[in-house]
Design a protein around this ligand. Sequence first.
Ligand SMILES: Nc1ncnc2c1ncn2[C@@H]1O[C@H](COP(=O)(O)OP(=O)(O)OP(=O)(O)O)[C@@H](O)[C@H]1O
Length: 327
Amino acid sequence: MVSPAIELSGLTKYYGDVRGIEDLTLTVERGEVFGFLGPNGAGKSTAIRALLGFLRPTSGEVTLLGKRVADRHELVEVKHELGHIPGDFAFYDSLSGRRHLDYYESLRGGERRAELEALFPAPFDRKVGTYSRGNRQKLAIVQAFMHDPTLVVMDEPTSGLDPLVQRTFYEFLEAERERGVTVLFSSHILSEVRRVCDRVAVIRNGRLVAVEDIDTLLRKSGKVVRATLTEHPPIETFDLPGVVRGEYESKGVLKLIVNGGYDELLDRLSSYTVEDIEIREASLEDVFMHFYTDRDDGVTENERSEGDTERRERDGDDALPAESTDA
Ligand SMILES: Nc1ncnc2c1ncn2[C@@H]1O[C@H](COP(=O)(O)OP(=O)(O)OP(=O)(O)O)[C@@H](O)[C@H]1O
């Protein structure tokens, strides 16, 4: 039987007494494009660094392509089948992109280098110190895929890429999936995860809140309806089937999270004077607020588990940052 691409079992990492991740257990099958989705500070980078063996976990185990990461020899064996894009790549600023790629090619091979250089062109002959964020990221993509790895793990790979290059990258990932490559990447951008992932692990405060297939995530996340009314009817007026939550943002400006049909809502709205209406995809913040918390205080069932209260008070609760590039 073929081993899964990634298996995490109770993976936990504390930095002193600061929780990075706690008790992550999940399996990524071969050929999946799998997302780690969570707000800043959720623990995505910690999980990625621990699963690749860059961080020694406090407890728990990881296997990649059936090899135990904690075993040095097994880790070395699996490395040539791995590609990796770290959150912040430590390039040598005084060396050119080409010199970097020559070096990686000498270590791991580069049978796809020319193809990738053409797809993600950067000023390869210039020193990396002069590169923009986007060019550094393109160099990171080329090095991660050029030896044709079986499994690629990436920490927020599209950060710094302009929208056109992002699109090229998404299309490239789709083609890689067709070729059977397994990809795990972290993101705080819901639309990106929706577009390319088969399944998603939702991570919050270092814990796994849910593992969803993408259709479930889409169904759960729903839409946001924002309507500006001349009137200001009581919020209970919109307590209708399909309306998950409603609030007034200001007088007459209604925000509803909807993940059912719209008929009854439109019918109800038509009793009032609608000055403006907007329907958009829910943002990551909306999804976390409304679907992955159990109470209005934004604390999940997991976080309320015994012994955790003190730590939570110390770490502070996670005010979710707005998404930067999610349309
Ligand atoms: N080297 C470190 N020392 C101490 N605490 C750390 C360290 N690295 C991360 N942390 C803490 O661990 C928690 C998880 O951080 P992590 O960087 O893994 O989250 P993330 O989801 O990748 O966030 P981001 O998107 O901002 O990188 C945070 O509370 C963070 O402050």
